[in-house]
Design a binder for this molecule. Structure first.
Ligand code: XMP
Length: 511
């Protein structure tokens, strides 16, 4: 495996991806990880990431010389290169200005890192740096230069230590993929046989080791892909010692509970317990209209229910969560303990309150990798391609007061949106598509009668990571069908509007 040491670059995750896409397992670890811990991971090669600091700045993360002494092949990228230069006795110059964007790289020395690259005089690479290496350390030679930077890449060929000032992991670097492959296969001589199937084996073995022979684990299961995959991996690892809890909080979509529970019980022999908590949740939400208040009440009530259920199982030591890599913002961890976990993955406060230890089988993976694992585990498309659904559920899509009646109206309208998205190929093309019930009534006419009923909004968005999003340009015929069906089939709605806001400045959800 390749261990990527993260110095805080925005694109560290991309390095991990590219390495795994090449069939080599990789893990990202923050640069604050002690040497002993890194050694215990038994890596075959190291990649040092870029980062926002200047190596000479106070408090900037440094390179533990012990890392180099491990004798492993190393690739330093950007900040990683400057660290190697500084630590091994080269010279790093503090920049007057940043270089950002395309540069043209001319190869100076043939070496394994450049194998198979086309013989053009220069190739485009992507730069994003302040400092640069002025003189390589003893034992290193300059293996490529650009117009602005003489030491754009350097290597100690004998020790298999390579460093590049540019970012091979980003798509703008013309032959970046080839360069990374060369590091993995020509320099580090790795095999590239890793697949998502091997991830499952490794993960199951690691979970078994962590949980031990007798440990009991509880896990909240929502039927979303992350919690389902996490639960199934743990189920493979420890069987019935995994206790899954599905909480029906009355804020689920039409048919959701039946669909999820029905599928899981038909295909897997899980220890699965369903809790009916609709009345409890709806009671606590009665009369509440403030979005933050809604979220807090739902969060606390979830803990209350979960804690009660978990306590009924004896000797629970662990809580499983479907946290993914992007949820664990470790990139900036050297600036302090800032691992931020999205509230929805976190059964907030529970681990401390119940003194549970966390197990997070997916914390190294990206969403699309989880989808691959899900496919390997035999999960059907309806789980693999399910749109994200927020923890607070329909409560944050019924704008204003939440009542059983208003929830039911939204549920019916939303079911039509889902059906129409599935009927076209838009469900898969889209990040999320759903209906929102507005706290507005409007006048309409049905037959000869005046109506005065609810307004429903369609929220259909495209996004890659939910950080930014745009409204999806769904063809008017599909919108027309949704609107017609909602107005005709859902009693209580006489008007449908389309939300055409992007994020930012709007958000995906309305509350
Ligand atoms: P926003 O509305 O912030 O949403 O643009 C971004 C993404 O996160 C989802 N979301 C949540 N998921 N618990 C969740 O599990 C929450 O409290 C929550 N709030 C928003 C939202 O559906 C979108 O995919």
């Amino acid at each position: 495996k390749v261990v990527i040491i993260d110095y805080g670059s925005q694109v560290t995750q991309l390095i991990a991806r590219r390495v795994r896409e090449a069939g080599v397992y990789s893990e990202i670890h923050p640069c604050t990880t002690p040497l002993e811990q890194l050694r215990a991971l038994k890596p075959n090669a190291l990649i040092l990431s870029g980062g926002p600091c200047s190596v000479s700045e106070d408090g900037a993360p440094q390179l533990d010389p012990g890392l180099v002494e491990l004798g492993l092949p190393i690739l330093g990228i950007c900040y990683g290169m400057q660290l190697l230069a500084k630590e091994l006795g080269g010279q790093v110059e503090r920049a007057k200005e940043r270089e950002y964007g395309r540069a043209h790289l001319a190869i100076a020395t043939a070496c394994p890192l450049w194998e198979g690259l086309p013989e053009a005089p220069t190739q485009t690479v992507w730069m994003s740096h302040g400092d640069h290496v002025l003189a390589p350390p003893p034992g290193f030679e300059v293996i490529a230069s650009t117009e602005k930077v003489h030491v754009a890449a350097m290597a100690d060929l004998g020790r298999s230590i390579y460093a590049v000032q540019f970012h091979p992991e980003v798509a703008h670097t013309e032959h970046g993929e080839q360069i990374l492959h060369n590091f993995l296969f020509k320099v580090a001589k790795l095999k590239g046989k890793w697949t998502m199937g091997s991830f499952i084996e490794t993960c199951v073995a690691e979970m078994q080791a962590k949980i031990g022979e007798t440990g009991q684990v509880v896990c909240g299961l929502s039927g979303g892909i992350d919690s389902t995959v996490a639960a199934l991996l743990l189920h493979r690892a420890i069987g019935k010692r995994l206790h899954c809890i599905f909480v029906d909080n009355g804020l689920l979509r039409a048919g959701e509970r039946e669909e999820v529970i029905g599928f899981l019980t038909a295909h897997f022999d899980l220890n699965l317990h369903t809790v009916d908590a609709q009345d409890l949740f709806l009671g606590k939400l009665a009369g509440v209209t403030d979005p933050e208040q809604k979220r807090k009440i739902i969060g606390y009530t979830f803990i209350e229910v979960f804690e009660r259920e978990a306590k009924a199982i004896s000797n629970v030591e662990f809580l499983a969560q479907g946290t993914l890599y992007p949820d664990v913002i470790e990139s900036v961890s050297f600036r302090g303990p800032s691992a931020v976990i999205k509230s929805h993955h976190n059964v907030g406060g529970l681990p401390d309150r119940m003194q549970l230890k966390l197990v997070e089988p997916l914390r190294e993976l990206f969403k699309d990798e989880v989808r691959k694992v899900a496919a390997q585990l035999g999960l059907p498309d309806f789980i693999i391609w399910r749109h994200p659904f927020p923890g607070p559920g329909l409560a944050i899509r019924v704008i204003g007061e939440i009542t059983a009646e208003r929830l039911e109206i939204l549920r019916q309208a939303d079911a039509i949106v889902q059906q129409e998205l599935h009927a076209s190929d838009w469900y898969r093309k889209m990040w999320q598509g759903f209906a929102v019930l507005l706290p507005v009534k409007s006048v309409g006419v049905m037959g000869d009668d005046r109506t005065y009923e609810h307004v429903c909004a369609l929220r259909l968005v495209e996004s890659v990571d939910a950080m930014t999003a745009d409204w999806a340009r769904v063809p008017p015929e599909i919108l027309a069908r949704m609107s017609n069906r909602i107005i005709n089939e859902v009693k209580g709605v006489n008007r449908v509007v389309l939300d055409i806001s992007s994020k930012p400045p709007a958000t995906i959800e309305w509350e």
